[in-house]
Design a protein around this ligand. Structure first.
Ligand SMILES: NC(=[NH2+])NCCC[C@H]1O[C@@H](n2cnc3c(N)ncnc32)[C@H](O)[C@@H]1O
Length: 410
């Protein structure tokens, strides 16, 4: 309460509106892009108490930005996809080296090409976001497509052309530099292959470009690789992480640093922990696919779950990972799957850990029901907020309900 009290007396902070917001209900305050709002209090992560020209009401925090250097931020207002930064990062080798070094990922795409090589003969392939061109080179080397259009928006494209020539594939592979949504392909494709998956499956939202390209360049009856995807979730223990970031403050060097624990919760548990490697023994129940994307239809971004706790333990949070499936070009042929979960070969995505604010003791037979909602950031198009609602029904004491939103990253 003390913190809240001080918060209300603090002087209001100035924020700028990044996009329009229409109030729904008398409690809310509507505004337009560029409005300067005075934030008086932040009762929750999602909704703040703000003032605009003498009118006060609740506003969505994700629509606001605190302006340090005004002119500097204005440029970022125009580029919600932050393409300069995004494609800039793919113009250097760092990320491509990380992806190429991920054998589980890269060998899976090679296996897809090999096991469909006969059916790929004389086909037109579009490789969306080809990067260094590895998938296109597999197609040219391991099958006989008539042409592969390797599409890459970053400056890596000019190096990719060199790699195509260096490996004698220039007869088959044509590198096109540009955004897949904007460039012109000489013809429709029979297969649209892409490695678009980000952390927690969707982060970066490259999937949006894949679906736009599908609608524009994949011929009727054409095949999407991956053909489907699933986000998987499991309630878990995270003792080491919890001890390292929270329990640490209990007795460092014999002193009591617990007043810092609210800060630690805010700093370490607000955003998901990427590159988490969960030990299967820390899973408190069987995992569950909570969001399934059919790459041919409109996708769901929301999913329900019901976990049955199999052993007593401490419920520190949820861990998420994903799987993608590649259907065979031959009717009845085997589907290839890439699984980034803890029971498969590790990948560069690892898993994503969502820490609750307070750990909860759970017991065998307890149920953890709820849902997960992935909401696009209305302003930063490659970012999202993951909101988890859970409801624990435990034989030992009454049910506990909780909810938490995790920004990824803004
Ligand atoms: N699995 C991922 N999370 N990222 C790995 C693939 C990303 C590659 O696709 C390129 N890329 C991403 N979006 C696009 C686009 N719309 N058009 C062309 N290239 C793109 C990007 O420059 C990078 O080389």
């Amino acid at each position: 309460m003390q913190a809240e009290k001080e918060e209300e007396e603090a002087s209001p902070e100035e924020y700028v509106a990044l996009c329009d917001f229409t109030a729904s209900g008398s409690e809310q305050l509507g505004f337009s892009t560029g409005d300067k709002l005075l934030v008086h209090a932040k009762p929750s992560a999602d909704w703040w108490w703000a003032e605009l020209q003498g009118v006060i009401g609740y506003v969505p925090a994700s629509y606001l930005r605190q302006d340090a250097a005004e002119d500097e931020d204005d440029t970022s207002l125009e580029d919600p996809w932050q393409d300069d930064e995004y494609f800039g990062s793919y113009g250097t080798l760092r990320l491509h080296l990380e992806m190429l070094s991920d054998r589980s990922r890269t060998e899976t795409y090679r296996q897809v090409i090999v096991s469909n090589s006969a059916s790929l003969r004389n086909k037109v392939v579009m490789d969306l976001g080809c990067g260094t061109g590895i998938i296109s080179l597999f197609c040219a080397q391991l099958a006989q497509p008539s042409v592969v259009y390797a599409v890459e928006a970053s400056s890596m494209a000019e190096h990719t052309r060199q790699l195509v020539k260096q490996n004698g594939c220039e007869e088959v592979v044509t590198v096109l530099q540009g955004r897949a949504e904007e460039l012109e392909l000489p013809e429709q494709a029979d297969i649209l292959v892409s490695e678009w998956m980000g952390n927690c499956l969707l982060f970066e939202f490259m999937v949006e470009s894949v679906l736009l390209a599908r609608d524009r360049w994949l011929r009727d009856g054409g095949v999407m690789w991956p053909s489907s995807a699933a986000l998987t979730l499991v309630p878990c223990q995270a003792d080491n992480y919890y001890s390292e970031k929270m329990a640490f403050w209990e007795r460092p060097y014999g002193l009591d640093f617990t007043p810092l624990q609210p800060l630690a919760q805010q700093e370490f548990f607000t955003k998901p922990k990427f590159s988490h490697l969960i030990d299967p023994k820390d899973c408190l129940s069987a995992p569950c696919d909570v969001i399934c994307l059919n790459m041919y239809t409109v996708q769901e971004m929301e999913g329900e779950f019901k976990f049955c706790v199999v052993k007593p333990g401490v419920f520190h949070g949820f861990t998420a990972w994903f799987t993608v499936q590649f259907e065979s070009l031959e009717a009845g042929g085997a589907t290839v799957e890439l699984d980034t979960g803890p029971n498969s070969d590790p990948t560069h995505w690892k898993q994503t850990l969502f820490m609750l604010d307070k750990p909860i003791h759970v017991y065998g037979g307890d149920s953890i029901r709820g849902n997960i909602v992935l909401r696009r950031n209305p302003v930063w198009r490659r970012h999202m907020t993951v909101t988890l609602h859970w409801n624990i029904n435990s034989s030992s004491d009454n049910c506990q309900v909780g909810t938490k939103s995790f920004p990824m990253w803004r």
